[in-house]
Design a protein around this ligand. Structure first.
Ligand code: ISE
Length: 344
């Protein structure tokens, strides 16, 4: 940490939508950390973010910040295909890391990361599955854990984006978007995922070439819960992540856009978030504050690289299911003890 301000000095790698949002969050909304470097291959983008962040400099690549003794921690917000090449040297150096999802794009590279991490004395990589910090998802998890409505049987999940220009392939739809459901369903049910099947209805005319949108992903857990996930990333009307959970003695629903209801001109309307940045803003804040607090002590307080690995295994199965139309088994390795006492 900075001996004068006592702040953890963070280098943010990737200055796109999420990277820039995290820089603002660290600078303006949470405590105990400040951004000292912003790295992006696009020099203008890095400069634009660094210039509006007191004390931060722009850098063209991660090599320098990885070796800089004045950098205490990393936040990785580049696209997933670049994560491994930053995570590996960060782990060698033992830097605390917050890594946006997905950890990596496939199971083999995620496995390499968790193997490298296990050479350290405890987990140091926290993965950005921010839904686990969302008030609604946490309440749903409490209902499931406390058994107030009996056993959980079914989940109906909707995941809609108004439009998504970055997700433009079948695989990326799974790795970038459905990866959240793989994580949250395993977390909510406290069970490993067992099988995945993907069905494609007729596609929207707003879907990009080569991508069927929407798609229906059916996920069965080892505990026998079935989740149907509608993923629709060109839904046009706004951003919606909502879930209805069916229990033996009732249902519980979260994520309905009810924050602001207006009545005017003989009509009633509710505001809907335009993107995940607004919808999950509080969850992102809580997630990062908890990471900063933990990382200052060399620990994590949230989803681990193992959760990232498990999600990567599910993504591989999901991509196979998407291409084949078959129901595909998800075969993650058993959780090592190293990752067992992570309670989130
Ligand atoms: C994006 O990368 C996210 O992580 C969002 O949460 C998700 O809703 C969106 O579909 C992804 O593209």
């Amino acid at each position: 940490v900075d001996t004068v301000t006592d702040d953890m000095r963070v280098a943010v790698i990737g200055a796109g939508m999420m990277g820039a949002d995290h820089v603002r969050r660290i600078t303006e909304r949470i405590s105990g950390a400040r951004v000292v470097a912003v790295v992006d291959a696009d020099a203008q983008r890095a400069a634009a973010v660094a210039d509006s962040t007191p004390g931060a400099v722009a850098r063209p690549d991660a090599t320098e910040v990885l070796a800089d003794p004045n950098v205490d921690a990393l936040l990785i917000a580049t696209p997933g295909q670049f994560h491994e090449s930053i995570l590996a040297p960060a782990l060698e150096r033992g830097l605390p890391v917050f890594c946006e999802k997905p950890l990596t794009l496939d199971a083999a590279s995620s496995l390499r990361i968790v193997e490298l991490e296990q050479k350290r004395d405890r987990p140091v990589v926290q993965v950005g599955f921010m839904r686990r910090f969302d008030a609604g998802f946490r309440r749903l998890k409490d209902v499931a854990d406390q058994g107030a409505l009996g056993e959980l049987l079914l989940l109906h999940c909707r995941h809609r984006n108004a439009s998504s220009h970055l997700v433009n392939s079948e695989a990326l739809l799974i790795q970038d978007s459905v990866v959240h459901e793989f994580d949250i369903i395993a977390w909510l049910t406290g069970s490993e995922l067992a099988t995945i099947e993907v069905r494609k209805p007729r596609s929207s005319r707003h879907a990009p070439d080569g991508l069927a949108d929407p798609q229906l992903v059916l996920i069965e857990t080892e505990s026998g819960v079935i989740a149907d996930v509608e993923i629709f990333i060109n839904a046009r009307y706004g951003y919606e992540v909502s879930t209805e959970a069916v229990f033996e003695e009732g249902v519980a629903a979260i994520g309905q856009p009810t924050e602001l209801v207006t009545r005017t001109s003989y009509a009633q309307s509710m505001s809907i978030a335009p993107t995940f940045v607004e919808r999950f803003r509080d969850a992102y804040d809580t997630q990062l504050q908890r990471w900063v607090n933990a990382a200052r002590n060399g620990a994590i307080d949230g989803p681990s690289a193992w959760d990232g690995y498990r999600a990567a295994v599910a993504c591989e199965a999901g991509i196979l299911a998407q291409a084949s139309g078959e129901r595909v088994r998800v075969g993650a390795a058993p959780t090592p003890d190293f990752y067992r006492n992570q309670v989130i």
